[in-house]
Design a protein. Structure first.
Length: 326
């Protein structure tokens, strides 16, 4: 038996219930993993609220780290006793123990702790596909300016460090002076408090009126038009989240001002194969082991306190990464 968090219907944090579930043996292509720590992500709130619809009842959670207990037929890259971590569909990480598809699970290097592994997989792999794969038509070169919204969040603080390691000048936005200072401390070249400044105007000032090649936007509705205004001709707006709500239907005429590109990427398109998942994880593990990117775990909650964790996340009271401890 395993303690797990389940919702029986979409709704607020009060729908998160602690239940006992029976966990069987892994089938072909599956593993059974005992979690040591579980990552908390904004996508969990989208699934809980029904913004991203799933059949009910639903076990939540997209990333975790732990020890493999058993492997099913055909699994060759993992064995019982391996330290492992993942960011994966289907949800179900908010649990002590689970059976899941093995192709998304990667062996965790000994130098990386379980807590760090749980905190970094979804957020770190997101930063990886954004900075390495979601690129403007002209590419990115050292010295280029980029804009990254929610720069003091879990993905943002990883992106600040990784962008600096790549030689990029990241302009981060956040909703308070304290969060701006946090982004600067993690490698952002500039930080804009969008609660009291027009971020698009400040970006144009910082770039001498040129704008940036790419804006990475996880806020969505509230920042969409301002993000477009930050772009230089042929620039790319990558909307990868909906922190303020989904972007309304778009008039494509908005893109004609600078022949802009617009995309709505997702992590799980990039990790759809075992090979791509491992290659991206190897890149993430390497930059973390090098020390160029450190994973900031700023909040820890017991599994029993998951309702409060969701409330704090949605109220934007959190910074960096948040984990559930087991």
């Amino acid at each position: 038996m395993s303690k797990a968090i389940r919702i029986d219907r979409p709704g607020g944090p009060e729908e998160l219930k602690i239940v006992d579930v029976e966990v069987g043996d892994p089938g072909p292509g599956e593993i059974r993993i005992r979690h040591k720590a579980v990552g908390l992500n904004f996508i969990d709130t989208y699934q809980r609220s029904g913004l991203y619809p799933f059949p009910m009842p639903l076990m939540l959670g997209m990333e975790a780290a732990g020890v493999v207990e058993a492997v099913g037929e055909g699994v060759t890259h993992l064995k019982a006793g391996d330290r492992a971590a993942y960011a994966s569909q289907p949800p179900g990480a908010y649990a002590e123990l689970r059976v899941m598809p093995a192709r998304f699970v990667c062996k965790l290097p000994d130098a990386i702790s379980f807590e760090t592994g749980a905190a970094m997989m979804l957020k770190g792999l997101t930063a990886q596909y954004l900075l390495k794969k979601t690129l403007p038509a002209e590419g990115l070169q050292p010295g280029d300016f980029i804009v990254f919204h929610a720069a003091a969040g879990g993905v943002g603080l990883i992106a600040c460090q990784w962008a600096k390691a790549l030689g990029l000048q990241l302009i981060g936005t956040a909703g308070s002076d304290a969060k701006c200072q946090l982004a600067l401390a993690h490698g952002a070249a500039h930080a804009i408090n969008y609660s009291r400044e027009n971020f698009a105007e400040r970006v144009k000032e910082i770039t001498g009126g040129k704008g940036v090649k790419v804006v990475y936007d996880s806020v969505g509705k509230d920042t969409f038009e301002g993000s477009l205004a930050c772009l230089r001709p042929f620039g790319l707006l990558a909307v990868f989240g909906n922190g303020s709500g989904p972007v309304p239907p778009v008039n494509l005429g908005l893109l004609t001002k600078g022949s802009y590109y617009l995309t709505r990427p997702t992590l799980f398109t990039h990790t759809s194969s075992r090979e791509s998942t491992q290659a991206m994880a190897d890149d993430l593990f390497a930059v973390v082991e090098s020390g160029a990117v450190k994973i900031p775990i700023d909040q820890r909650y017991a599994l029993d306190d998951v309702q409060q964790a969701h409330r704090d996340l949605e109220a934007r009271k959190t910074t960096g990464c948040t984990i559930l401890t087991l």
